[in-house]
Design a protein around this ligand. Structure first.
Ligand SMILES: Nc1ncnc2c1ncn2[C@@H]1O[C@H](COP(=O)(O)OP(=O)(O)OP(=O)(O)O)[C@@H](O)[C@H]1O
Length: 312
């Protein structure tokens, strides 16, 4: 498997005359948490479906757990699709056992594991309740447990945080971390940058059906220089020569990228130039800023707009 749970080269998918995925390359290291980031319609779901073998690419190839035909390893894979849904009349434990059975786990074992898992997730009392009587958050947890019950080596989650309240989002993050600690590979898609930033070792930023960046979260952040925010007592003076040409003034605050020469020469020039430094902070860019730089302002706005909808 050469250390990668998933590898994809040049994946293309057309729907009618529309190219939804336009030559995507991905390499997901085994045992890592990998995020596929991108705005609505970027091609995330289509990419995940191709990786899993639910649909075939029009061009390119992929291997899943070292296998060129992904469905051959379906029993070692857990998949939470973007469209959630369980049979409303089924009891919670049965729903989990049923999902396990679809991946080859004997029903009896599935029920026993379902009981343990529900208990561990504070849903012991809901074991025999029909899905229709559960809250939306509880039903989503049941579906997540059904995704994990056969103990897959690889878990693929499509927008798993969508529709969850803050508490359930935290719980989901904990589940993902615990699975990763057990050596499971996790690939998830999201349009909420914060989740990817907190969880992932690596991310692929997708926009318009293409990968705009693939690499470590730190690497993405390192593409941008730290930002200096400066407030001075003096409105003008020789110190202004110390500001780089791209410096932006916002009210009494200056914002600019930290010059390559670093903070000390900057400070010296400001002080010698009589700036009268009131406040000065240097902030490392977050993944969001890196996303804006990589995918563009429009894509970032689309992500933010969607994230706000979710929070509402
Ligand atoms: N079966 C299909 N038939 C036609 N067009 C499709 C189909 N599936 C996806 N598309 C189109 O392909 C593009 C990519 O869709 P996809 O669902 O992969 O994006 P996404 O990044 O997962 O976004 P979202 O979060 O909105 O699902 C969109 O423009 C979508 O309308």
């Amino acid at each position: 498997m050469n250390g990668h749970a998933i590898e994809a080269h040049g994946l293309v998918k057309d729907f009618g005359g529309f190219r939804a995925v336009d030559g995507i390359d991905l390499a997901v290291p085994a045992g890592s948490i990998f995020g596929v980031l991108g705005p609505n319609g970027a091609g995330k779901t289509t990419t995940l479906r191709m990786l899993l073998g639910i649909i075939d690419p029009d061009a390119g190839h992929r291997t899943l757990l070292g296998e060129a035909r992904p469905l051959k390893v379906a029993r070692q894979v857990g998949y939470l699709p973007e469209e959630r849904g369980l049979y409303p009349g089924m009891q919670a434990r049965e729903a989990i056992a049923f999902m396990g059975a679809l991946r080859g786990l004997p029903l009896k074992e599935g029920r026993a594991r379902a009981d343990q898992m529900l208990e561990a997730h504070g849903l012991g009392a809901a074991r025999r309740k029909p899905i229709r009587t559960l809250s939306k958050g509880m039903a989503q947890t049941v579906q997540l447990l059904g995704t994990l019950v056969h103990r897959p080596r690889l878990i693929v989650l499509d927008e798993p945080f969508s529709g969850l309240d803050a508490l359930n989002q935290e719980r989901l993050e904990a589940v993902i971390r615990a699975q990763a600690a057990d050596g499971v590979t996790i690939l998830f898609s999201t349009h909420v940058i914060a989740h990817a930033e907190r969880l992932c070792q690596r991310v692929a930023i997708i926009a318009g059906g293409r990968v705009r960046f693939e690499g470590g979260v730190e690497e993405a952040r390192a593409r941008l220089k730290p930002e200096v925010r400066l407030a001075t007592r003096a409105a003008d003076g020789p110190w202004r020569a110390a500001l780089p040409s791209g410096a932006v003034r916002e009210g009494h605050l200056w914002r600019f990228a930290l010059p390559d020469s670093g903070v000390e020469p900057l400070l010296k020039a400001l002080i010698d130039g009589g700036a009268g430094i009131e406040t000065l902070s240097i902030e490392r860019p977050g993944l969001h800023d890196a996303f804006v730089a990589i995918a563009g302002e429009a894509a970032a706005k689309a992500m933010d707009g969607h994230a706000l909808e979710d929070a509402a």
